[in-house]
Design a protein around this ligand. Structure first.
Ligand SMILES: [Zn+2]
Length: 260
């Protein structure tokens, strides 16, 4: 288990790590962070990952004794496929997303959108839907802040008990490089992204011990300078370049080349 903090009545647990990279030749990679919050009688997921993470997501929940019907709330940061698709796994959950973000996703051109149109449409028509507005409390003790740029109505979520602070930034700040450079890759509005990243970086730097969970990276602790990653990166792929299933090769996707 990767418990990051106990704050505002919730245990904050990183369920699935994000990865700071994108595929060059074969379409999106989309390995995004999924965060679990437990407390105040709720089981909350912040984002739900892509379709490809479905088995992993359910296995990680099962390791914690959580069945999919136990999830009470989902907070979606934005409507991209790699963050929102698995909301359909959780029939008992209220599913909250910024109303304007959902409306924008519904209107996006199918050729260029990163939104899974059928999942977006199903959510718009679902009784599980709860429309959020920026600046409001998303759930007790969890603030929803406007974080435009990557998408026009992206929300980030902040927990702050006066001593600690946890920022669930998602794709407003996709990785450590974006945080430190105050600039975003893959954004619908570069200037808005830069302003949002600067704003969130200020929130993170203003509190020693603050933790930020970027959308596609490990959590980062503010202990000065560029911060320190929390946890060990685990990412890799298994390849069959030979002529038999036994002839496989593991390729670690980490800066130090450790085994995946
Ligand atoms: Zn995104």
């Amino acid at each position: 288990m990767t418990v990051l903090a106990d704050i505002c009545g919730y245990q904050v647990d990183l369920l699935v790590q994000g990865f700071p990279g994108k595929s060059l030749e074969n379409g999106g990679l989309g390995w995004s962070a999924v965060v679990l919050l437990r407390g105040r009688g709720r089981v909350i997921l912040v984002d739900t990952g892509s379709f490809s993470v479905r088995k992993t997501l359910l296995a990680r929940l099962a390791e914690r004794g959580i069945a999919r019907h136990d999830v009470t709330d989902i907070l979606l940061t934005h409507a991209h496929y790699d963050h929102m698709m698995n909301w359909t796994l959780f029939p008992a959950a209220s599913v909250a997303i910024c109303g304007a973000e959902l409306d924008h996703a519904l209107a996006e051109p199918i050729e260029t959108s990163l939104c899974a149109e059928l999942y977006v449409r199903a959510l718009a028509e679902s009784p599980q839907l709860r429309r959020l507005t920026p600046g409001a409390e998303a759930l007790p003790g969890i603030a929803a802040i406007a974080a435009p740029g990557h998408t026009p109505h992206h929300l980030s979520f902040v927990l702050d008990d006066g001593a600690g602070r946890v920022i669930l930034a998602a794709d407003a700040v996709k990785n450590r490089a974006e945080l430190l450079a105050a600039a975003g890759d893959s954004t619908q509005d570069g200037a808005a992204s830069s302003a949002t990243i600067a704003n969130i970086a200020d929130l993170w730097r203003a509190r020693s011990g603050a933790i930020i969970v970027c959308g596609h990276d490990l959590p980062l602790l503010n202990d000065g300078d560029g911060g320190t990653y929390l946890g060990t990166r685990r990412a890799g792929i298994l390849c069959w370049f030979g002529a038999s299933l036994d002839d496989s090769r593991r390729i670690a996707l980490s800066t130090n080349g450790d085994s995946p």
